[in-house]
Design a binder for this molecule. Structure first.
Ligand code: HSE
Length: 339
């Protein structure tokens, strides 16, 4: 499977590390062999080699800050425009991991449409295009006869999307609620140990949990974007940001955290969606609630179903390898369906 990556930050590098380190295992267990033929970024340049890029060299160049530091080997093509490159690259799948824009989905949405139109499947960890351009994505995918997958957009690689869209088929899901942002849950957990909000946010950024602009995390927009995606995956309804009530955690002080602790409670940023609408906001949950035990960058979602009652999934919500795995699970799914 030939891959082109758009974006090469924490998540894209995580996927490439997994492909490098699990190469033999993926081949022997699933017959899956992947080659990264192109990487395109807006800040670090672009690279294309029709025979595949060397993953160690690629990671080394990115970690040193520029794809221009990739060795000057024969056949490597550099610094083309991203859309031009998407159209001309011979790849099976476009992996979209560029920074998220939850208002327009751009420029990633255009990249995804160009990928479908030039005959590629599309896999995203970038939430923007799925949250705001789902119909367009599906239309172009359908016209091209290609697949759209986005497991990594909600709860990193923890299979919240696959659980809802595949494993729970046959159930009616009436509601989803839970903790859908790793950064804020990490900050609230660290504040319980006395760390300041600013220090906890800085740590979340260092650990690769936060978005490029962490305001989207702390103000609740990241969790809200995930609700828009779940609204499609669960109910196939086209909700917009304006349909949601959204509040973040930036108003919560260390004193608020201590007051909750003294009352046997914990602050959690709770996201909830039904076919009628949804909300994101900080809630004091009692220690007896299962959500109180979800700490750090861990996330949780409960699906309320007609046949099974409540089904709760708990797992990583953010991170380099955790989100890289979400992409890998989609690539394996495409491999199995098309191989
Ligand atoms: N910034 C996001 C979070 C990354 O903290 O949950 C995973 O979507």
């Amino acid at each position: 499977m030939k891959l082109m990556l758009v974006g090469f930050g924490v998540v894209g590098q995580g996927l490439v590390e997994i492909l490098r380190d699990k190469r033999a295992e993926l081949e022997s267990r699933y017959g899956f062999r992947a080659q990264v033929v192109a990487v395109a970024t807006r800040s670090k340049g672009t690279l294309y080699h029709p025979d595949g890029l060397n993953l160690d060299w690629l990671l080394d160049a990115a970690q040193r800050g520029s794809l221009a530091l990739y060795p000057p080997v024969d056949g490597v093509i550099r610094d083309e425009g991203i859309l031009t490159l998407i159209r001309r690259v011979e790849a099976d799948v476009l992996v979209e991991v560029s920074p998220t824009n939850l208002h327009t989905g751009q420029p990633a949405l255009s990249y995804c449409l160009a990928a479908f139109d030039s005959g590629k499947h599309v896999v995203l960890a970038n939430k923007g295009p799925v949250a705001v351009g789902y119909d367009e994505l599906l239309e172009h995918a359908g016209q091209a006869g290609k697949l759209l997958r986005f497991e990594g957009t909600v709860m990193a690689g923890t299979p919240s999307i696959r659980l809802a869209m595949q494993a729970l088929r046959g159930c009616v899901i009436a509601e989803a609620r839970g903790i859908l942002n790793g950064t804020t849950n990490y900050i609230l957990t660290q504040m319980e140990s006395g760390m300041s909000y600013a220090d906890a946010l800085a740590q979340a950024q260092q650990l690769g949990y936060a978005e490029a602009d962490p305001a989207g995390d702390v103000d609740g927009w990241d969790a809200a974007g995930k609700l828009l995606i779940l609204a499609r995956a669960l109910f196939n309804i086209p909700l917009k940001m304006d349909d949601l009530e959204v509040k973040g955690i930036s108003g919560i002080s260390l004193d608020d955290v201590k007051a909750a602790q003294a009352a046997g409670e914990r602050w959690k940023l709770i996201a909830r969606i039904t076919p009628e609408g949804g909300s994101v906001g900080p809630v004091r949950v009692p220690l007896s609630s299962p959500l109180a035990a979800v700490s750090g960058a861990t996330n949780a979602v409960t699906y309320v179903t007609d046949l099974l009652g409540e089904v709760t999934l708990v797992g990583s919500g953010a991170g380099r390898l955790q989100t890289g795995f979400g992409l890998l699970s989609d690539l394996l799914d495409i491999h199995e369906r098309t191989g």
